[in-house]
Design a protein around this ligand. Structure first.
Ligand code: SF4
Length: 453
């Protein structure tokens, strides 16, 4: 029967009695002594024990292969675990090794990532995979500093991989972890400040180091979660549970399932409740303190769904900027009238036969909101020299030069390497079948919504 040692919270706040609230002077004295940035190692016992019994079964917790942990952490950025699961499984089925990832062609990589957003993450994954194959003989580096230097790997991901895969004393601090400790320690400074994050990081590093130094203090049979520490394919490590990694996952799990971001945290299910300053002072809902969010920029777009003989036109975006290098539906800045679209289509030798305004929707990125209005354009067969006579409501006699057709953003200098025979050189599109669009070309969600309607 495993024995779990619990230290009482009085060890943690020896001067605080939990049957009353602190007065302002006590609060100030504590802050002055920087008690609020001290995390006692006793919380590890509570967290590890709680995690052993409450962790969700997730595919990336079946082993500690650094490729798997790295991939899952990158996919989980800005995305919920349940959404990530099918992507993670499909990705590893197609690319089971780092070498496979290094060698896959970019369009297929983007297709595997389609719908997850933040596509730069996928490109950085491949860049890093190539570097690991070239510089590390295909084996993931095993020190924090070496991991941190890899492209696309910041302190959070480096901490996660280091602690989970290699049992190194580095915490992984993201928004979830900051939220937990902002409440637990009742931090009243903004968690968006670098110095706040640094203080939490320093405090947690101390806890991790103490954990390694005193690992006999913990009963490993109990703190290890299920099968989470087996099947290590390339780490050459023993079957002993990784306490640092388990602590990292326990903190993440607490932030994801109990000390939640939206709504009321479930303090009555929290292993830290009896030591939590925010719970004690009833300030849970006021924390964490965040900086005011920068207002998003609003942009209007007219998305063109161009059909020609059963094919749809797509265009490669520029290599830099939002959705860099991704395929998109051709689009114009501003909400352009059908007549404006007609003029634009004529200028690009598309021989429009019929034009109709379609549905609209708004897509929100981190800093920008796209208000997207769609327009269906049936294009004539260029080989037959089709006329652009019947354009529905478009005034075909018009030779208006003052029609505002927005700004043509099809950038010929940004063409990808897909310049097959089906390339329309006038407008820098390629024409693909609906099946190819589904199976081969990755279209960001902002555009795919118009196709799947
Ligand atoms: S007691 Fe409540 S506020 Fe404090 S860490 Fe737990 S869930 Fe978060």
């Amino acid at each position: 029967m495993p024995i779990i040692l619990f230290r009482e919270c009085d060890d943690y706040y020896p001067d605080i009695h939990y049957n009353r609230k602190m007065n302002n002077k006590e609060m100030n004295d504590n802050y002055a002594n920087d008690i609020k940035y001290t995390i006692d190692k006793s919380i590890t016992t509570k967290l590890l024990h709680w995690y052993a019994h409450h962790a969700r079964e997730l595919p990336w917790r079946q082993d500690i292969n650094p490729y798997h942990i790295w991939l899952s952490e990158i996919m989980l950025q800005q995305t919920r675990a349940l959404t990530v699961i099918p992507y993670y499984e499909r990705f590893l089925k197609r690319l089971p090794t780092i070498e496979d990832l290094a060698n896959v062609n970019e369009d297929e990589l983007m297709k595997l990532w389609e719908g997850l957003g933040y596509y730069r993450r996928a490109r950085n994954l491949q860049k890093t995979a190539k570097m690991i194959v070239t510089d590390f003989d295909g084996m993931f580096p095993k020190t924090y500093d070496a991991i941190r230097k890899l492209p696309g790997i910041g302190p959070y991901t480096a901490g996660a991989i280091s602690s989970i895969c290699f049992n190194l004393p580095y915490p992984a601090i993201d928004g979830n972890v900051l939220r937990v400790f902002a409440r637990f320690l009742e931090i009243t400074e903004s968690v968006d400040q670098v110095k706040t994050k640094q203080k939490v990081d320093n405090a947690l590093v101390g806890v991790y180091k103490a954990l390694l130094a005193e690992d006999s203090f913990f009963c490993k049979d109990d703190v290890a979660h299920g099968k989470s520490n087996t099947n290590q394919s390339d780490t050459n490590q023993s079957d002993q549970p990784h306490l640092c990694g388990t602590l990292t996952q326990a903190i993440m799990e607490l932030g994801a399932t109990v000390c939640i971001p939206n709504g009321v945290p479930m303090c009555n299910q929290c292993p830290l409740q009896d030591c939590c300053r925010a719970f004690f002072h009833d300030t849970v809902m006021q924390l964490p303190v965040r900086n005011d969010k920068k207002a998003k920029r609003d942009e209007e777009l007219t998305v063109l769904i161009l059909f020609r003989e059963g094919n749809i036109a797509i265009h490669r975006r520029p290599d830099k900027g939002l959705l860099a290098g991704m395929w998109e539906l051709p689009n114009l800045e501003g909400h352009v009238t059908e007549r404006g679209v007609k003029i634009w289509a004529d200028e690009h030798n598309l021989s429009p036969i019929a034009i109709a305004t379609g549905p609209s929707h708004t897509h929100v990125f981190t800093h920008i909101r796209w208000h997207m209005q769609s327009c269906f354009v049936e294009c004539g067969n260029l080989a037959d020299g089709a006329d652009s006579a019947d354009t529905g409501s478009v005034d075909t006699d018009s030779t208006d030069s003052d029609v505002n057709i927005g700004v043509d953003r099809t950038d010929t200098s940004s063409a990808g390497d897909n310049t097959d025979d089906n390339t329309d050189t006038d407008a820098d599109f390629i024409w693909v079948t609906p099946q190819e669009l589904t199976e081969t070309y990755a279209l960001p969600t902002a555009f795919r919504k118009f196709i799947s309607r």
